[in-house]
Design a binder for this molecule. Structure first.
Ligand SMILES: Cc1cc2nc3c(=O)[nH]c(=O)nc-3n(C[C@H](O)[C@H](O)[C@H](O)COP(=O)(O)OP(=O)(O)OC[C@H]3O[C@@H](n4cnc5c(N)ncnc54)[C@H](O)[C@@H]3O)c2cc1C
Length: 494
């Protein structure tokens, strides 16, 4: 008889793991507490406006392509993606605008206009970033890093020269003279929800991923990725139960024996794969007898990534200067991150990201209108914030701020509006304190603290998703499912 696998959560990690397991002959049932698949990747329709509510940039597509290949399918049969030009437009508060292109030379040409002193170093830094990727990806990304045998192939030289003992900011400052390029390169650390002023310099690998390998948009919106994964899982024979929150993982004889659904039903399992946030899984879902005090304390000490404050605006106006991806930088970057990560308050001079997908997909907004997804990095949930009140006051502030920074007439052209606060992310997806990228990398040890894809101490519980190794963001989350599969194949045979 086929082994029975239960997957908790239909985020990208859970969807990917369920397909991989089904393709290997497991009888897979996936339980999702919400009524839709995708977890933090959702889509929203407000009147005639359409938005992605989560990711807007797709990187390392080869990982998703590999997933489909492993299941005997071809990704391009499910969705199409493309690189946009410019990849992103950056606005600085002194009026300087930087269009970044996938063609390095075009970007350098641009940089020469406002920061000639840094133009040459741009290419040099991207080469350094590529080198970092070569040195670290096999060791830290495409490797479950679970047992001593996983470390065997690693060379000591892999750990040297990767800037692990300095910060992203220090490395960037050493390489660039202008504030423009400094802010530009520090921005990439936020892709995994961390502060460039705290995270190890190794994270300067991220520019390579977007600027050398490519940053992509999926036609129709990023939610097509979740749809593709859901369709793939269906094809592999995965059974889905939506509106089915798992409230307990029952443990017996060092095995996750069954899960209990909120309605009281209990379902037996040969293996359990949890895509629920690892902190919630370990501290709340698992029978507490299976979690030692030291594991509990370790899990509690893990710092979540930042969260996000998101405003969705349907507006009956277009702005010539707005592209698809747009970033409006703050004046004082260090202060902004101090407020987010140390003071845990919303920044009073934020860097504001706008995805304007109607620039590329005209049916995402009515004619002569725009669908603005506005994202500000924000602190994770603590006891001192009143998110219900901030939802109104901070979104109004952002609208005024964007008018000041060049979106004239924004306020009066709004026809629909919605907001998701960090508390909203916590309530919707159960992510640790509303974090949106899992755990932060704000210390040199963060990569080693992140829970591995197999729960130590139990024989058949596996963990996938952004709160687990190797981290947050679409490609890493898919990679976590590959890592879990590798461990399942390694440990379930005995
Ligand atoms: C605003 C925003 C912008 C982002 N931008 C980008 C971007 O541009 N590029 C990028 O690569 N990434 C981006 N990310 C990050 C990316 O969305 C996440 O890393 C990824 O989607 C997380 O996937 P996951 O598998 O960890 O699961 P999640 O999305 O967290 O899903 C977990 C699922 O488990 C379900 N669940 C939880 N507990 C239970 C339970 N007890 N029982 C049943 N079900 C349960 C939840 O409801 C949810 O559906 C962004 C995220 C946000 C929110």
């Amino acid at each position: 008889m086929n082994q029975k696998a239960i997957v908790i959560g239909a985020g990208l990690g859970g969807l990917a793991a369920s397909s991989l397991l089904a393709s290997r002959g497991y009888n897979v049932t996936l339980f999702e507490k919400n009524s839709t698949h995708g977890g933090k990747m959702q889509e929203l329709e407000l009147d005639e406006f359409r938005f992605d509510t989560g990711p807007s940039l797709f990187t390392m597509p080869f990982i998703l392509e590999n997933l489909f290949k492993e299941c005997g399918e071809v990704l391009s049969d499910y969705l199409t993606f493309e690189e946009l030009e410019p990849v992103c437009r950056y606005f600085f508060q002194d009026g300087t605008v930087f269009d970044n292109f996938s063609d390095r030379n075009r970007s350098i040409e641009n940089i020469t206009r406002f920061a000639p002193e840094d133009a040459e170093q741009y290419a040099e830094f991207l080469d350094q970033s590529a080198k970092l990727y070569d040195q670290t990806s096999d060791a830290f990304l495409f490797n479950p890093l679970y047992s001593l045998s996983d470390l065997k192939g690693l060379k000591l030289t892999d750990f040297l020269g990767i800037d692990a003992f300095t910060t992203v900011s220090d490395v960037v400052d050493r390489n660039f003279q202008s504030e423009y390029l400094r802010k530009f390169f520090k921005r990439f650390t936020t892709y995994n929800g961390s502060s460039p002023f705290q995270a190890p310099g190794t994270l300067n690998v991220i520019p390579h991923v977007e600027l050398n390998q490519g940053g992509y948009y999926v036609r129709g919106g990023l939610y097509r990725i979740s749809e593709a994964l859901y369709n793939l899982a269906g094809k592999m024979g995965v059974t889905f139960q939506f509106d089915a929150e798992i409230v307990n993982i029952t443990v017996k004889d060092r095995r996750a024996e069954s899960v209990q659904i909120k309605n009281g039903d209990r379902v037996d399992a040969d293996i359990v794969v949890a895509n629920s946030d690892a902190t919630d899984t370990i501290l709340n879902l698992l029978d507490q007898k299976a979690v030692s005090n030291s594991k509990r304390n370790k899990q509690k000490s893990i710092e979540p990534s930042c969260s996000g404050f998101v405003v969705f605006l349907g507006v009956n106006k277009q702005w010539e200067h707005l592209k698809h991806h747009n970033i409006y930088f703050s004046e004082d970057y260090e202060k902004e991150f101090r407020q987010i990560f140390r003071e845990k308050t919303l920044p009073d001079d934020p860097t504001i990201y706008i995805a304007n997908t109607s620039y590329t997909d005209s049916d995402h907004a009515p004619e002569n209108s725009s669908n603005l997804f506005i994202l500000v990095n924000s602190p994770y949930v603590t006891e001192n914030q009143d998110w219900d009140q901030l939802s109104e006051t901070y979104s109004s502030f952002l609208i005024e701020e964007l008018e000041r920074r060049g979106l004239d007439g924004l306020k009066e052209s709004i026809t629909v509006k919605d907001v998701i606060t960090p508390k909203g992310f916590l309530n919707r997806y159960g992510s640790n304190r509303g974090s949106i990228y899992g755990t932060s990398s704000n210390s040199k040890f963060a990569a080693f603290l992140r829970p591995r894809n197999k729960f130590r101490g139990l024989n058949n519980l596996y963990l996938v998703g952004g709160s687990t190794h190797p981290g947050g963001g679409i490609p890493l989350v898919i990679q976590s499912a590959f890592n879990a599969l590798e461990l399942i194949e390694r440990y379930q045979e005995d």
